[in-house]
Design a protein around this ligand. Structure first.
Ligand code: RIB
Ligand code: CA
Length: 326
Protein backbone atom coordinates (compact mmCIF):
# COMPACT_ATOMS: atom_id res chain seq x y z
CA UNK A 1 0.00 0.00 0.00
CA UNK A 2 1.48 3.41 -0.95
CA UNK A 3 1.36 6.30 1.49
CA UNK A 4 -2.03 8.04 1.51
CA UNK A 5 -2.92 11.50 2.81
CA UNK A 6 -5.46 11.18 5.64
CA UNK A 7 -7.48 13.19 8.12
CA UNK A 8 -8.61 11.44 11.31
CA UNK A 9 -11.85 12.50 13.01
CA UNK A 10 -11.91 11.19 16.56
CA UNK A 11 -13.71 11.18 19.91
CA UNK A 12 -10.67 9.96 21.90
CA UNK A 13 -11.78 7.48 23.62
CA UNK A 14 -9.84 4.35 24.48
CA UNK A 15 -10.01 2.78 21.05
CA UNK A 16 -9.57 6.07 19.19
CA UNK A 17 -6.34 6.47 21.19
CA UNK A 18 -5.13 3.07 20.01
CA UNK A 19 -6.10 3.95 16.43
CA UNK A 20 -4.10 7.19 16.59
CA UNK A 21 -1.05 5.41 18.04
CA UNK A 22 -1.25 2.87 15.21
CA UNK A 23 -1.77 5.43 12.43
CA UNK A 24 1.16 7.59 13.60
CA UNK A 25 3.40 4.51 13.71
CA UNK A 26 2.63 3.45 10.13
CA UNK A 27 4.38 5.00 7.12
CA UNK A 28 1.30 4.24 4.99
CA UNK A 29 -0.45 7.23 6.57
CA UNK A 30 0.54 10.84 6.01
CA UNK A 31 -1.68 12.43 8.67
CA UNK A 32 -2.64 15.93 7.52
CA UNK A 33 -4.81 16.77 10.53
CA UNK A 34 -6.84 15.36 13.40
CA UNK A 35 -10.28 16.79 14.15
CA UNK A 36 -12.01 16.24 17.49
CA UNK A 37 -15.71 15.85 18.21
CA UNK A 38 -17.85 15.20 21.26
CA UNK A 39 -18.74 11.54 21.61
CA UNK A 40 -17.09 9.17 24.06
CA UNK A 41 -16.21 12.22 26.14
CA UNK A 42 -16.75 15.97 26.03
CA UNK A 43 -15.10 17.95 23.23
CA UNK A 44 -12.69 19.52 25.71
CA UNK A 45 -11.67 16.13 27.05
CA UNK A 46 -11.40 14.61 23.56
CA UNK A 47 -9.18 17.51 22.48
CA UNK A 48 -6.91 17.06 25.49
CA UNK A 49 -6.70 13.28 25.13
CA UNK A 50 -5.97 13.54 21.40
CA UNK A 51 -3.17 16.08 21.82
CA UNK A 52 -1.58 14.08 24.64
CA UNK A 53 -1.69 10.85 22.60
CA UNK A 54 -0.10 12.62 19.62
CA UNK A 55 2.53 14.04 21.96
CA UNK A 56 3.37 10.61 23.37
CA UNK A 57 3.59 9.25 19.82
CA UNK A 58 6.09 11.98 18.89
CA UNK A 59 3.59 13.63 16.53
CA UNK A 60 2.99 17.01 18.16
CA UNK A 61 3.44 18.63 14.73
CA UNK A 62 0.18 17.14 13.41
CA UNK A 63 -2.48 19.91 13.47
CA UNK A 64 -5.37 19.28 15.87
CA UNK A 65 -8.66 21.15 15.59
CA UNK A 66 -11.70 21.14 17.87
CA UNK A 67 -15.03 20.63 16.12
CA UNK A 68 -18.55 20.12 17.39
CA UNK A 69 -19.31 19.93 21.09
CA UNK A 70 -22.74 18.42 20.42
CA UNK A 71 -24.64 16.56 17.70
CA UNK A 72 -26.73 18.35 15.06
CA UNK A 73 -30.12 17.68 16.57
CA UNK A 74 -29.81 16.28 20.09
CA UNK A 75 -27.71 16.60 23.24
CA UNK A 76 -24.28 14.98 23.57
CA UNK A 77 -24.28 11.64 25.44
CA UNK A 78 -20.75 10.81 26.66
CA UNK A 79 -19.91 7.14 27.28
CA UNK A 80 -18.00 7.46 30.56
CA UNK A 81 -19.32 4.05 31.61
CA UNK A 82 -17.22 2.51 28.83
CA UNK A 83 -14.25 4.85 28.36
CA UNK A 84 -13.87 6.19 31.90
CA UNK A 85 -14.56 9.70 33.14
CA UNK A 86 -11.47 11.14 31.37
CA UNK A 87 -12.17 9.15 28.18
CA UNK A 88 -8.98 7.06 28.34
CA UNK A 89 -9.74 4.45 30.99
CA UNK A 90 -8.94 7.07 33.67
CA UNK A 91 -5.24 6.53 32.94
CA UNK A 92 -2.78 9.38 33.53
CA UNK A 93 -1.18 9.74 30.08
CA UNK A 94 1.78 11.63 31.57
CA UNK A 95 2.79 8.31 33.14
CA UNK A 96 3.80 7.08 29.66
CA UNK A 97 6.04 9.96 28.62
CA UNK A 98 6.25 13.70 28.17
CA UNK A 99 2.89 15.29 27.42
CA UNK A 100 2.89 19.03 26.97
CA UNK A 101 -0.40 20.08 25.45
CA UNK A 102 0.28 21.10 21.84
CA UNK A 103 -1.65 24.09 20.53
CA UNK A 104 -5.08 23.63 19.00
CA UNK A 105 -5.54 25.08 15.50
CA UNK A 106 -7.45 28.32 16.10
CA UNK A 107 -9.55 28.11 12.93
CA UNK A 108 -13.16 26.89 12.98
CA UNK A 109 -13.11 23.14 12.31
CA UNK A 110 -14.90 23.10 8.98
CA UNK A 111 -12.79 26.00 7.66
CA UNK A 112 -9.58 24.29 8.71
CA UNK A 113 -10.63 20.95 7.17
CA UNK A 114 -11.77 22.75 4.00
CA UNK A 115 -8.36 24.41 3.62
CA UNK A 116 -6.45 21.22 4.36
CA UNK A 117 -8.47 19.23 1.81
CA UNK A 118 -8.60 21.82 -0.98
CA UNK A 119 -4.92 22.75 -0.60
CA UNK A 120 -3.77 19.13 -0.69
CA UNK A 121 -2.19 18.11 -4.01
CA UNK A 122 -3.61 14.59 -3.73
CA UNK A 123 -7.09 13.29 -2.85
CA UNK A 124 -7.61 13.01 0.91
CA UNK A 125 -8.90 9.92 2.69
CA UNK A 126 -10.94 10.61 5.81
CA UNK A 127 -10.81 8.13 8.70
CA UNK A 128 -13.99 8.65 10.73
CA UNK A 129 -13.84 7.04 14.17
CA UNK A 130 -16.53 9.05 15.91
CA UNK A 131 -19.99 10.58 15.55
CA UNK A 132 -20.00 12.23 12.11
CA UNK A 133 -20.98 15.71 13.27
CA UNK A 134 -17.79 17.43 12.08
CA UNK A 135 -18.02 15.89 8.61
CA UNK A 136 -21.70 16.77 8.33
CA UNK A 137 -20.91 20.42 9.03
CA UNK A 138 -18.04 20.30 6.55
CA UNK A 139 -19.95 18.62 3.69
CA UNK A 140 -23.02 20.81 4.25
CA UNK A 141 -21.13 24.12 4.49
CA UNK A 142 -18.36 23.40 1.98
CA UNK A 143 -19.54 20.67 -0.46
CA UNK A 144 -16.70 21.66 -2.79
CA UNK A 145 -14.30 19.67 -0.60
CA UNK A 146 -15.90 16.46 -1.90
CA UNK A 147 -14.01 17.01 -5.14
CA UNK A 148 -10.79 16.13 -3.31
CA UNK A 149 -12.08 13.46 -0.89
CA UNK A 150 -11.03 9.97 -1.98
CA UNK A 151 -13.25 8.05 0.44
CA UNK A 152 -14.52 8.18 4.04
CA UNK A 153 -13.68 5.03 6.01
CA UNK A 154 -16.28 5.05 8.78
CA UNK A 155 -16.31 3.12 12.02
CA UNK A 156 -20.06 3.22 12.53
CA UNK A 157 -23.36 1.48 12.22
CA UNK A 158 -24.51 -2.09 12.61
CA UNK A 159 -26.28 -4.36 10.13
CA UNK A 160 -27.87 -6.44 12.89
CA UNK A 161 -27.29 -5.81 16.61
CA UNK A 162 -26.39 -2.40 18.06
CA UNK A 163 -24.52 -1.37 21.20
CA UNK A 164 -25.92 2.04 22.21
CA UNK A 165 -29.41 0.59 21.64
CA UNK A 166 -30.61 -2.88 20.58
CA UNK A 167 -30.31 -1.79 16.93
CA UNK A 168 -28.08 1.33 16.81
CA UNK A 169 -24.31 1.63 17.07
CA UNK A 170 -22.96 4.50 19.26
CA UNK A 171 -21.45 6.74 16.55
CA UNK A 172 -24.52 6.75 14.31
CA UNK A 173 -26.83 6.86 17.36
CA UNK A 174 -25.00 9.85 18.82
CA UNK A 175 -25.67 11.88 15.66
CA UNK A 176 -28.07 10.16 13.23
CA UNK A 177 -28.63 13.30 11.11
CA UNK A 178 -24.88 13.65 10.63
CA UNK A 179 -24.53 10.01 9.59
CA UNK A 180 -27.39 10.43 7.10
CA UNK A 181 -25.83 13.56 5.59
CA UNK A 182 -22.37 12.00 5.29
CA UNK A 183 -23.38 8.64 3.81
CA UNK A 184 -25.38 10.47 1.16
CA UNK A 185 -22.60 12.98 0.44
CA UNK A 186 -19.35 11.05 0.21
CA UNK A 187 -18.08 7.69 -1.09
CA UNK A 188 -17.95 5.66 2.11
CA UNK A 189 -16.80 2.35 3.48
CA UNK A 190 -18.64 1.27 6.62
CA UNK A 191 -16.81 -0.69 9.35
CA UNK A 192 -19.84 -1.70 11.47
CA UNK A 193 -20.13 -3.61 14.72
CA UNK A 194 -20.22 -6.89 12.78
CA UNK A 195 -16.46 -6.48 12.23
CA UNK A 196 -15.66 -3.90 14.98
CA UNK A 197 -15.70 -6.50 17.74
CA UNK A 198 -13.77 -9.22 15.86
CA UNK A 199 -10.13 -8.04 16.33
CA UNK A 200 -9.89 -9.27 19.91
CA UNK A 201 -7.03 -9.80 22.36
CA UNK A 202 -6.38 -12.25 25.16
CA UNK A 203 -4.93 -11.66 28.61
CA UNK A 204 -1.64 -12.96 27.16
CA UNK A 205 -1.71 -10.32 24.40
CA UNK A 206 -2.35 -7.62 26.99
CA UNK A 207 0.51 -8.89 29.15
CA UNK A 208 2.82 -8.91 26.10
CA UNK A 209 2.02 -5.25 25.43
CA UNK A 210 2.36 -4.27 29.08
CA UNK A 211 5.76 -5.93 29.46
CA UNK A 212 7.24 -4.56 26.22
CA UNK A 213 10.08 -2.02 26.25
CA UNK A 214 7.91 0.52 24.38
CA UNK A 215 5.88 2.89 26.61
CA UNK A 216 3.35 3.14 23.76
CA UNK A 217 2.89 -0.64 23.78
CA UNK A 218 2.49 -0.43 27.56
CA UNK A 219 -0.17 2.26 27.09
CA UNK A 220 -2.01 0.14 24.52
CA UNK A 221 -1.97 -2.79 26.95
CA UNK A 222 -3.36 -0.62 29.74
CA UNK A 223 -6.04 0.82 27.44
CA UNK A 224 -7.11 -2.68 26.38
CA UNK A 225 -7.20 -3.76 30.03
CA UNK A 226 -9.24 -0.66 30.82
CA UNK A 227 -11.96 -1.38 28.25
CA UNK A 228 -11.95 -5.11 29.13
CA UNK A 229 -14.02 -4.32 32.21
CA UNK A 230 -17.09 -2.94 30.38
CA UNK A 231 -16.65 -5.63 27.74
CA UNK A 232 -17.11 -8.39 30.34
CA UNK A 233 -20.81 -8.41 29.51
CA UNK A 234 -20.33 -8.24 25.71
CA UNK A 235 -20.60 -11.76 24.18
CA UNK A 236 -19.28 -10.44 20.83
CA UNK A 237 -15.95 -9.83 22.61
CA UNK A 238 -15.53 -12.12 25.61
CA UNK A 239 -15.80 -15.62 24.18
CA UNK A 240 -13.08 -18.23 24.84
CA UNK A 241 -9.80 -16.62 25.88
CA UNK A 242 -10.67 -13.21 24.40
CA UNK A 243 -10.93 -10.37 26.92
CA UNK A 244 -10.95 -7.09 24.98
CA UNK A 245 -10.99 -5.69 21.44
CA UNK A 246 -9.02 -2.98 19.62
CA UNK A 247 -12.20 -1.31 18.31
CA UNK A 248 -11.48 1.75 16.13
CA UNK A 249 -7.85 0.67 15.68
CA UNK A 250 -9.11 -2.34 13.71
CA UNK A 251 -10.40 -0.05 10.97
CA UNK A 252 -7.00 1.59 10.53
CA UNK A 253 -5.30 -1.83 10.50
CA UNK A 254 -7.75 -2.93 7.79
CA UNK A 255 -6.78 0.06 5.66
CA UNK A 256 -3.24 -1.34 5.61
CA UNK A 257 -4.51 -4.78 4.52
CA UNK A 258 -8.03 -4.40 3.03
CA UNK A 259 -8.01 -8.00 1.82
CA UNK A 260 -8.50 -9.10 5.44
CA UNK A 261 -12.22 -8.23 5.21
CA UNK A 262 -15.07 -9.18 2.91
CA UNK A 263 -16.44 -5.90 1.60
CA UNK A 264 -19.64 -5.66 -0.43
CA UNK A 265 -21.69 -2.73 -1.74
CA UNK A 266 -25.19 -2.34 -0.28
CA UNK A 267 -27.77 0.44 0.04
CA UNK A 268 -27.57 1.85 3.56
CA UNK A 269 -30.06 4.19 5.23
CA UNK A 270 -30.06 5.76 8.71
CA UNK A 271 -33.24 5.69 10.80
CA UNK A 272 -34.03 9.26 11.87
CA UNK A 273 -37.69 9.64 12.84
CA UNK A 274 -38.64 6.50 14.75
CA UNK A 275 -37.63 6.79 18.43
CA UNK A 276 -37.35 3.00 18.66
CA UNK A 277 -34.79 2.67 15.86
CA UNK A 278 -33.26 6.17 15.68
CA UNK A 279 -29.59 5.94 14.69
CA UNK A 280 -29.97 2.43 13.26
CA UNK A 281 -28.18 1.81 9.96
CA UNK A 282 -30.44 -0.28 7.76
CA UNK A 283 -28.15 -2.27 5.44
CA UNK A 284 -30.19 -3.63 2.53
CA UNK A 285 -28.50 -6.97 1.93
CA UNK A 286 -31.19 -7.78 -0.64
CA UNK A 287 -28.91 -5.71 -2.89
CA UNK A 288 -25.29 -6.87 -3.31
CA UNK A 289 -22.82 -4.83 -5.37
CA UNK A 290 -25.72 -3.13 -7.09
CA UNK A 291 -27.38 -6.42 -8.04
CA UNK A 292 -31.00 -6.64 -6.92
CA UNK A 293 -31.22 -9.99 -5.18
CA UNK A 294 -34.96 -9.85 -4.48
CA UNK A 295 -37.52 -7.31 -5.65
CA UNK A 296 -39.59 -6.52 -2.58
CA UNK A 297 -41.59 -3.55 -1.27
CA UNK A 298 -39.57 -0.75 0.38
CA UNK A 299 -36.98 -0.73 -2.39
CA UNK A 300 -34.31 1.91 -2.37
CA UNK A 301 -31.00 1.98 -4.15
CA UNK A 302 -29.16 5.01 -2.70
CA UNK A 303 -26.79 5.62 -1.03
CA UNK A 304 -24.71 2.64 -2.06
CA UNK A 305 -22.05 2.05 0.60
CA UNK A 306 -19.15 -0.39 0.79
CA UNK A 307 -19.80 -2.46 3.90
CA UNK A 308 -17.35 -4.78 5.66
CA UNK A 309 -19.36 -7.61 7.21
CA UNK A 310 -16.67 -10.27 7.71
CA UNK A 311 -13.05 -9.86 8.85
CA UNK A 312 -10.04 -11.91 9.91
CA UNK A 313 -9.90 -10.46 13.41
CA UNK A 314 -6.81 -12.39 14.51
CA UNK A 315 -4.82 -11.21 11.48
CA UNK A 316 -5.88 -7.63 12.20
CA UNK A 317 -4.73 -7.95 15.81
CA UNK A 318 -1.39 -9.35 14.62
CA UNK A 319 -0.83 -6.22 12.51
CA UNK A 320 -1.72 -4.04 15.49
CA UNK A 321 0.53 -5.88 17.93
CA UNK A 322 3.50 -6.11 15.55
CA UNK A 323 3.25 -2.38 14.87
CA UNK A 324 3.23 -1.33 18.52
CA UNK A 325 5.68 -3.87 19.95
CA UNK A 326 9.36 -3.12 19.84
O1 RIB B 1 -19.58 1.94 18.87
C1 RIB B 1 -18.18 2.02 18.92
C2 RIB B 1 -17.72 3.41 18.58
O2 RIB B 1 -18.24 4.32 19.54
C3 RIB B 1 -16.19 3.57 18.66
O3 RIB B 1 -15.78 4.53 17.74
C4 RIB B 1 -15.96 4.07 20.06
O4 RIB B 1 -14.76 4.85 20.17
C5 RIB B 1 -17.17 4.95 20.24
O5 RIB B 1 -16.88 6.21 19.64
CA1 CA C 1 -14.43 6.43 18.50
Amino acid sequence: METIDVILDVDTGIDDAMAVLFAVAREEFNILAVSCVAGNASLERVGRNTREILDLAGARDIPVVLGADRPLAQDAAPAGHVHGLNGVADLELADYGDVGLGEVDPRPCNEMLREVILNNPRPVTIIELAPMTNLAHLFRDYPEVLGNVEKVWVMGGAATVGNATPVAEFNTWHDPEAADICLKAAPSLLYPLEVFYSPRVTDEDIATLRSNSSPLANLAGDLLAGIAKPYEGEPRVTTGAYRSCIGDAGLVCLMVNPELATIRRHPVRVSLHDPLTRGMTVVDQRWVDGLEVQALPMQWTEPIVEVALEIDGDAIVEIFMNTLLR
